[in-house]
Design a protein around this ligand. Structure first.
Ligand code: GDP
Ligand code: MG
Length: 194
């Protein structure tokens, strides 16, 4: 299979064939690693000590977005990736934020069971209020901190299967499964061949 993450700036022509564009939102408790995952995916690096906010193509008060493309066979998939700031305080507007989203990554931190509970609430919220065909991926982030794990892989995997979610444990720090989770979404989401 000839899939790869396109380089930033590779533009829309990378696949030569068809182009698919998806709006993707990231949801999850503060500090689970949403910004770090996007930074790893889009820019290919990890910043260990502060919120990485540079490099985004657009910013507004409550959300920011950037774009990145992946190439899957003959299809170039362009993700428009949205992250909310200070989500807890923005619950009332969050449905505006994910309206129209074709995909979501709900992130928790494998070392913090509260963030897993919170992730489950976000999944319920998406099922209630987002479009019924939205593709949802669950990301158990910080897989590099396995020795401090409090959420078992099997528990999260069983939950994801029950809810029909894609599921991977990821590490924005060492890049494990970061491109893979976006590729899995693109694969599930791209238009069927005719
Ligand atoms: P956000 O609030 O969900 O956007 O989380 P951030 O991306 O700002 O990350 C919060 C903290 O967790 C930062 O100190 C990051 O460096 C750290 N972090 C994020 N992802 C990982 C990871 O995969 N592994 C480890 N060890 N730390 C991470
Ligand atoms: Mg952030």
């Amino acid at each position: 299979m000839a899939s790869q993450a396109a380089r930033p700036g590779a533009g829309n022509s990378a696949g030569g064939g068809r182009l698919a564009q998806f709006k993707l939102v990231l949801l999850g408790e503060s500090a689970v690693g949403k910004s770090s995952l996007v930074n790893r995916f889009v820019q290919g690096h990890f910043s260990g000590f502060q919120e990485p906010i540079y490099g985004y193509s657009y910013k507004m008060e409550n959300a920011k977005y950037c774009t990145q493309t992946v190439v899957l066979d003959d299809t170039t998939v362009e993700f428009e990736i949205w992250i909310l700031y200070v989500q807890e305080r923005l619950a009332p507007i969050s449905s505006m934020y994910y309206r129209g989203a074709q995909a979501a990554i709900v992130v928790y931190d494998i070392t913090n069971a509260n963030t897993f509970s919170r992730a489950k609430s976000w999944v319920d919220e998406l099922h209630r209020r987002a479009g019924s065909d939205i593709v949802i991926a669950l990301a158990g982030n910080k897989s590099d901190l396995g020795s401090r794990r409090t959420v078992e892989y099997e528990e999260a995997n069983a939950y994801a299967e029950e809810k029909g979610l894609l599921f991977l444990e990821t590490s924005a720090k060492n890049a494990d499964n970061v491109n893979e989770i976006f590729l899995a979404i693109a694969r599930k989401r791209r238009p069927r061949r005719t």
